[in-house]
Design a protein around this ligand. Sequence first.
Ligand code: NAD
Length: 246
Amino acid sequence: MLKGKNAIITGGVRGIGRAIGETFAKQGANVFLCYKSNDEAALAAKSELEQYGTNVEIMKADVQDYQQVGLVVEAAIKAFGKIDILVNNAGITKDKLLMRMTPEDFSEVIDVNLVGSFNFIRHIAPHMIKQKQGRIINISSIAGVKGNPGQANYSASKAGINGLTLSVAKEIGRRGITVNAIAPGYIETDMTGILTEEYKGKLLDAISLGRFGTPEDVAKVAAFLASDDAAYITGQIIGVDGGMMI
Ligand code: NAD
């Protein structure tokens, strides 16, 4: 479905980002993975994904840093000639109840999740506008739609991503670029691995399908949104939550 397409995926060496990279590579896309710190995991991801026969590049960068993001986009264009797909997946949590949350806790999560997504969109948009086509997929969260106690910072960052998605979709739709967000519910990764069994039990009760999501559940939707089949879908916040919202 993605044969010959070139994609940048942020936070692409573990969890949901890693699954998106694998699904894209399996479908024939070349992938450029941006990661924050784990060189070993990045090299392992590169060699594993290369087995699917496409080009896989890795580059260390902090999504919060506008200049570094510019260098990633430049390097990806140089490596592949053009970029068709951007997946803004990198994200962090710093969960605390409001009364314990410091201004630093709040701004760090906003800087990585929301400003990081803006940084990539801002650098890739001129390139996609020039080629008159592109797909931007932002990984949001159910928390950005309905909020969550202990996640004022995270929910605000994800609600911000939803607004960013809608505005940019309106601005650059006529240039042949679609901009969508995926709002996962509870997906089993390192990010959610830190939650207590008691809390996980409560979450499970709220999921209509009766199971937690997998990174692959999210990756398959990202691959569809990145494909030519999703050409007429833009400005959508697509829930992948097993019915947690209903
Ligand atoms: P994860 O912690 O396994 O992966 C997050 C990735 O982001 C890591 O590779 C990390 O290195 C990268 N990253 C973090 N800060 C970065 C920075 N400053 N610069 C570059 N990379 C950075 O988490 P995950 O569960 O795979 O989450 C992926 C995305 O999905 C996140 O945006 C998260 O908010 C979102 N999400 C996850 C869930 C879930 O239940 N796991 C639910 C909803 C949304």
